[in-house]
Design a protein around this ligand. Structure first.
Ligand SMILES: [Mg+2]
Length: 374
C-alpha cells in the first residue's frame, strides 16, 4: 500500500482578464495555494485552496496540517481530515469549521486526484459513477456598467448560451439598469441574479417585486448569510425562487436550510463544504429534502473546475447551470483538457484522477507574482 511521502504548497497570484464587480467590492486577481501531495511511488495528486484573508498565512496553515498526512495512505482521506479537524480546530469552537473547510478543500481535492491516478480511474468513478454524460454550466456575465454587461450578454447570446448569471446587490438603480440591459440582449434565455448578501429582508422583498418583470429564474443569497430565517422570510414573501449560497458552508448549514425550507436550491462548492467527498454528503442531505445542488466556485482555476466537474457527474440531484471561474483569469494554469463548455455543456472526463495537465510555465509565473507581492 502506497504512503504519502511529501506535501508541497505553491502560492500563486493570477491576474484577471478584467476587474470583477460584485456586492463585496472589486477584484483584480485570484490568489490560490496549489497543494501537491506525493506518494512514495512518485505519483502526485494536485489540488488548490482559495486564500482568505492572507495568502502566506493560509500557506503556513496548509504546511502545518500536511504533517498529519505524511506516512499515511491517500485512501484514508476522510478519516485523516476528520482527525485533523478534531485535533487542530474543534477545541477552538465548532464555528471555525467554515475556515477549516476552505483549507481542507485543497487537501481533499489533491488526495482524490492522487487516488484516481493510483487506481487508473477518473475520480467520478471512485465516487459511484456518472449520472450524466455532460455537466451544464452558466454564462458568467462580466463588466461594471449596464453597457459593458449588455455587450457581454450579446456575446453569450450569439454563441448559444442557455443560462446567464448576473451579479446584483450593487445599489437599486444600477441593479435594475443592468438587469434590464441584460434581459434586452438575451431573448428568453434563463437569467439568474446573485445579490451576495447585499440586501436586508425589506430591500429583498421590494427588489424582487421590481425585478419580477425581467423573468428571473432565481435570486441567490439575497440576505445576510448568517441568518437562515431571513432568507426563509424573503422566500415566503416573493414569487422569484431563492437560492442559498453563502449561507451554506457546512453540512449542518445545508440541513438547516432544508429544515427551514429557506431556499429552492442550494448553491455550494468544495471550498465551502471542504472538498469532493463532503460535496457528496451535502448533496445527499439536499436530496432528502427534494432540493438540487448548484455547484459554486470561488476565485479558482481549472483545477477546481475539474474537481467540480467530477462532483457534477457523480451527484444525482444536480442543477444544469453550475458555476466555473477559470475563464476569468488571463491565462488558466490548466493546459488540458479544454474546459470551455459548448452551449453551456462540458462532456465527462475519462483520464485518471481529476484528469488535468498543468502549464508549468504559467504556474511558475504565478509563483513569481506571489513572491513579488510579498
Ligand atoms: Mg453566489
Amino acid at each position: 500500500m502506497v504512503k504519502i511521502s511529501n506535501v508541497r504548497v505553491r502560492p500563486l497570484v493570477l491576474p484577471l482578464k478584467q476587474p470583477y464587480h460584485w456586492s463585496y467590492g472589486i477584484r483584480e486577481s485570484f490568489a490560490v495555494n496549489l497543494i501537491e501531495i506525493e506518494a512514495d511511488d512518485g505519483t502526485v495528486g494536485i489540488g488548490e485552496c482559495t486564500v482568505a484573508p492572507d495568502q502566506t498565512g493560509t500557506a503556513a496553515i496548509l504546511y502545518r496540517l500536511a504533517k498529519h498526512l505524511v506516512g499515511h495512505s491517500p485512501h484514508d482521506v476522510a478519516p485523516l481530515i476528520a482527525r485533523i479537524f478534531h485535533q487542530e480546530y474543534l477545541g477552538h469552537g465548532a464555528n471555525i469549521m467554515r475556515a477549516a473547510n476552505q483549507i481542507f478543500s485543497g487537501i481533499d481535492m489533491a488526495m482524490w486526484d492522487l487516488q484516481g491516478k493510483l487506481a487508473g480511474l477518473p475520480v467520478h468513478q471512485l465516487l459511484g459513477g456518472a449520472h450524466r454524460k455532460a455537466v451544464g454550466y452558466f454564462y458568467f456575465l462580466q463588466g461594471e456598467t449596464a453597457e459593458e454587461l449588455a455587450r457581454d450578454a450579446a456575446v453569450g447570446h450569439a454563441q448559444g448560451e442557455r443560462v446567464f448569471y448576473l451579479k446584483v446587490g450593487r445599489g437599486e438603480k444600477l441593479d435594475l439598469e443592468i438587469t434590464a440591459a441584460v434581459r434586452g440582449e438575451i431573448g428568453d434565455a434563463r437569467l439568474r441574479l446573485d445579490a451576495n448578501e447585499g440586501w436586508s429582508v425589506h430591500d429583498a422583498i421590494n427588489m424582487c417585486r421590481k425585478l419580477e418583470k425581467y423573468d428571473i429564474e432565481f435570486i441567490e443569497q439575497p440576505t445576510v448569510s448568517w441568518s437562515i430565517p431571513a432568507m426563509a422570510h424573503v422566500r415566503e414573501k416573493v414569487g422569484i425562487p431563492i437560492v442559498a449560497d453563502q449561507a451554506a458552508f457546512t453540512l449542518y448549514d445545508v440541513y438547516e436550510i432544508c429544515r427551514q425550507r429557506a431556499a429552492d436550491m442550494i448553491c455550494i462548492g468544495p471550498r465551502e463544504i471542504g472538498g469532493i467527498q463532503p460535496m457528496m454528503k451535502a448533496a445527499a442531505v439536499a436530496e432528502a429534502a427534494g432540493l438540487k445542488i448548484c455547484i459554486h466556485s470561488s476565485f479558482t482555476t481549472g483545477i477546481t473546475t475539474c474537481a467540480e466537474h467530477h462532483i457534477g457527474l457523480a451527484i444525482p440531484n444536480l442543477d444544469d447551470g453550475n458555476q466555473i471561474m477559470w475563464q476569468l483569469v488571463q491565462e488558466d494554469i490548466v493546459s488540458s483538457p479544454d474546459l470551455t463548455p459548448k452551449n453551456g455543456w462540458l462532456d465527462a472526463f475519462r483520464k485518471p484522477g481529476l484528469g488535468f495537465q498543468l502549464a508549468e510555465d504559467l504556474v511558475a509565473e504565478g509563483e513569481g507574482r506571489y513572491a513579488a507581492s510579498r
